[in-house]
Design a protein around this ligand. Structure first.
Ligand code: NAP
Length: 491
């Protein structure tokens, strides 16, 4: 099965931080894939911008290397690579001085076309770039701004950052990327929920026992120690990715798939989260930090061996029992967990239904398991719905749990686009459905801030866990106290 390719209108993508890690590993490869798929029309340009002095030819060499390193060999076509590189230009620009702005303005020219400014730079210079874009008359009706996490480290800093970019760009021009939202499975969650009569009637507390959301990484801090140590798992993963996934599972059906209709519903979920504060944080959260252990059979160092501050108590693991105070979800816990140096790299949502109300099968009924819907975001994206069937064949009645498998890796093969590919072109289409609105980001921080404050005021320390394990035992106790267990997420 191959996906349908609808070309987008002509554009200029200006990537500030075009020589950085994000541009190299994600943005350039993603734009190449869309180019190779025929989705980018002639005349569209991609302009790298950073302080380093570099000619366009040298930037093309940089991009060629990025493609060789980060695109699968069989997807690299020599002619496609050449025509892609021909779209690239480079402009040396300093966010903090006048250097390069006149040149950038000249390069962009006067034509009225979609312009996307992607800020693949640290948030401390978002304001400088937005100011200078405006001063140089580079913000037009059809200009858009793309920003990445982290959007603040708490509510106050998120508000400040939003205000800085909001001074120059309207909200409908600002695209806050959370790449989890670009994943096939995430969109499929909306289709499953709202395009099937099957799920909607049972999508509530009467039929769902609980929900688990796991985002597990096998890697450690990998040279990002400086950033990570100030952030920790709660800010790096929960505030954005996990809460966004929770919103998509829990939101009411929107009136339409239009961006603000969807985002209004997600916002209501965030505002309905039961507050976690100093009185409850000890019962409903677990913080962990990995110590030395093993990953894939090899010894790996502990967190404190990888960072500067040897006394750091930053969490590399967090588990939370979250609750949503609405009629639909009353009494249905959402167990969230995320961590580094866990046994497998897996992101998934497990919707656990309640057992059938009455066993009509006598002893054979002991084999019945409640239904489970598993939405896998990575590694192999897909959806599995477990159902009970009769074990085929003669003999007594036996039952078995089978999975209706909708694994996209098989169905779509290499055609399934990476999350960034979809999102980068959604920016050009002006479609904000999969991007976070300002009030969503701030509402997420409004819930997270008292939780972090609760950790500080109760001095809740991290529990150490061995690298390569599923986190501190307290995380197992968190869910088992409620008579439930974590789904065994295999990578
Ligand atoms: P990076 O590798 O340090 O790259 C930073 C880029 O910004 C470089 O191209 C740098 O080039 C440019 N830059 C720095 N100061 C500048 C200035 N004053 N004017 C113009 N350009 C300037 O960082 P990164 O890892 O790509 O991350 C960029 C942003 O994306 C960060 O906010 C990060 O948190 C976010 N992010 C990154 C990832 C990822 O996978 N890397 C994932 C999610 C979010 P020059 O030094 O030549 O100016």
């Amino acid at each position: 099965m191959s996906s349908q390719v609808i070309p987008v209108e002509e554009f200029d993508y200006v990537v500030f931080g075009g020589t950085g890690d994000l541009a190299e590993r994600k943005l350039i490869p993603a734009l190449y894939h869309r180019h190779a798929a025929g989705q980018i029309v002639d005349g569209s340009r991609i302009i790298g911008a950073a302080r380093s002095d570099m000619a366009t030819e040298a930037y093309r060499d940089f991009a060629r290397k990025a493609l060789e390193e980060h695109v699968r060999r069989d997807l690299l076509d020599a002619a496609d690579v050449d025509s892609f590189l021909a779209r690239l230009a480079y402009c040396a620009v300093d966010a903090k001085s006048d250097k390069g702005w006149a040149e950038l303005k000249a390069l962009l020219g006067d034509e009225d076309r979609v312009r996307a400014y992607y800020l693949a730079v640290g948030p401390s210079i978002f304001g400088d770039i937005a100011d200078r874009l405006d001063q140089n008359g580079l913000i037009r009706e059809r200009s858009r701004l793309v920003i990445e996490k982290p959007i603040g480290k708490d509510l106050a800093s998120a508000r400040a950052l939003n205000a800085v970019v909001g001074k120059h760009f309207r909200e409908d021009q600002i695209f806050r990327i959370d790449h989890y939202l670009g994943k096939e499975t995430v969109q499929n969650l909306m289709v499953l929920r709202f395009a099937n009569a099957l799920y909607q009637p049972v999508w509530n507390a009467a039929h769902i026992d609980h929900v688990q959301i796991t985002v597990a990484e096998t890697i450690g801090v990998e040279g990002r120690g400086d950033y990570y140590d100030k952030s920790g798992a709660i800010r790096d993963m929960v505030q954005n990715h996990l809460l966004q996934l929770l919103c998509l599972v829990a939101m009411e059906p929107p009136a339409s798939i239009e961006a603000n209709a969807v985002r209004d519903e997600k916002l209501k979920v965030l505002r309905s989260l039961k507050p976690v504060d100093q009185d409850t944080v000890g019962q409903v959260t677990v913080r962990g930090q990995y110590k030395a252990g093993a990953a894939h059979g090899e010894a790996v160092p502990g967190y404190l061996d990888e960072i500067e501050d040897k006394g750091s108590d930053t969490e590399t693991f967090v588990a939370i029992k979250a609750e949503i105070e609405t009629w639909r979800w009353a009494g249905v816990p959402f167990y969230l967990r995320t961590g580094k140096r866990l046994p497998s790299r897996v992101s998934e949502i497990v919707v656990q239904f309640k057992p059938v109300p009455h066993n009509v099968f006598g002893k054979a009924g002991a084999e019945m398991h409640p239904n489970r819907l598993i939405l896998r975001l990575q590694p192999d994206e897909g959806v599995r719905q477990s159902i009970m069937i009769k074990d085929p064949g003669p003999g007594g009645l036996r039952m078995r749990d089978v999975a209706l498998d909708m694994t996209f890796a098989e169905n779509f093969e290499a055609d399934a686009p990476d999350a960034y590919e979809r999102l980068l072109l959604d920016v050009i289409r002006g479609n904000q459905t999969l991007f976070m609105r300002r009030d969503e980001v701030e509402a997420a921080w409004e819930w997270i801030d008292p939780l972090i404050d609760g950790w500080a005021s109760t001095a809740q320390k991290t529990a150490k866990y061995t690298a390569g394990s599923w986190g501190p035992t307290a995380s197992i106790a968190l869910i088992e106290r409620d008579g439930r267990t974590w789904h065994e997420a295999e990578g």
